[in-house]
Ligand binder design. Sequence first.
Ligand SMILES: Cc1cc2nc3c(=O)[nH]c(=O)nc-3n(C[C@H](O)[C@H](O)[C@H](O)COP(=O)(O)OP(=O)(O)OC[C@H]3O[C@@H](n4cnc5c(N)ncnc54)[C@H](O)[C@@H]3O)c2cc1C
Length: 429
Amino acid sequence: MTEKPVLIAGGGIGGLAAALTLHQIGVPCVVFEAVREMRPLGVGVNLQPNAVREFTDLGIGKADLDRVGLPAREWALVGLNGNDVYAEPRGQLAGYEWPQYAVHRGELHMLLYEKVVERIGADAVKLGSRVTGYRKTTDGGVSALVEQADGSTTEVHGALLIGADGIHSAVRAQMHPDQPPIHWGGAIMWRGTTWAKPIRTGASFVGLGTHRQRVVFYPISHPDPRTGLSMINWIAEVTVDNAEGWQQSGWFRPVSIEEFAHHFDGWTWDWLDVPKLLAEADCAFENPMIDRDPIPTWVDGPVALLGDAAHAMYPTGSNGASQAIVDARVLGAAMLEHGVKPAALAAYDARLCGPISQLVLRNRGAGPFGLLNLVDERCGGTFDNIDDIIPPRERAAFMAGYKAAAGLAIEALNKAPPTIPHGARVRAV
Ligand SMILES: Cc1cc2nc3c(=O)[nH]c(=O)nc-3n(C[C@H](O)[C@H](O)[C@H](O)COP(=O)(O)OP(=O)(O)OC[C@H]3O[C@@H](n4cnc5c(N)ncnc54)[C@H](O)[C@@H]3O)c2cc1C
């Protein structure tokens, strides 16, 4: 067994899932997180069945996940006429062995942090420690350059470095110095939460509108037994023609509802009042639709990228957080096979970089929301009966194609052996 720990840059969803995985297989690790204090930031994210499966194998089960979200029951696309374009069951209702969870990103993050501290110790996450770069060392290991909150800098030696430092990754910037700037897709999203009565199944993800303007909403808490209200996560999205790009506004900038609610004036049906949903929000953030161009490799010898640092993608497929968790598990499996060595990182890269880079590009093409593009192409977005526009078989084939690309084909996932076999530990070398 290696004496030197694996260094993890970034204690977000991916970094903490990696720490828990390494601990499970007996590999020492330490996480460097830039923020000085962990706080429950963000709004809704989805954990797809492939990620819930990995959490289950990590000992993070239903009791934990029900604290931070609820099992999703349905995914539906609805046209502006209020008619369904497509609807399908989700999670175990769809035949997966594991549920899909819709959760509060910040609460999930705090849950993972709590598990890391409980299992590995409070020292496992060094807060106020920003990784600014790395240096490969002659013994085959790596040093992370770490800047402390007080401005001092240190160099920490480790066996490997995992860059899980998000979409603005410093590790990636050093690994790929010529990478283009962040890519903006011409859409602005405003995200927030509102306590309201959940609709349809009580746990439905609803995408309502057109390919250029829509609202997505879904509950991320069980209903309060006293009021019947759930925390509803919503995303209001418009495509804009603005050559200046998104740089004029920040990433996750807090905004007032008045700045954007007018785009959705009149979006009321007898089953939904979008202006009211927005007006009663607890919080709202502006979040441009951004990702990064795929890169040819996520690995540079003893250094690997994971999560958004490797493959920041549009949230159209609701799989950014899930893929970060799956990355962590595939990385652990590669260490079981190849040891805590660059060969493990190379195997991880060979398995995921190609297909997940394709998924990034597929999400640019609107991911599962691409059905709305088809509706627009074929009838300008106006329809009475969706079957006349896109026959049911074509809709089902479209969705199945996306699921296969995202590692969510039901049969394949149910039949796959565990990524990390129960009780497996990295052998001493
Ligand atoms: C504050 C915040 C709020 C978010 N809210 C949402 C949301 O509401 N909905 C949604 O779909 N997605 C949200 N995301 C993105 C989502 O968490 C990720 O897409 C997904 O979970 C993949 O996780 P990740 O660990 O790769 O990246 P992230 O979750 O972004 O985590 C990266 C971590 O690295 C830390 N970090 C960054 N640079 C450095 C550095 N140089 N050195 C050390 N640490 C560093 C960051 O502080 C962060 O904790 C949010 C991300 C953040 C950071």
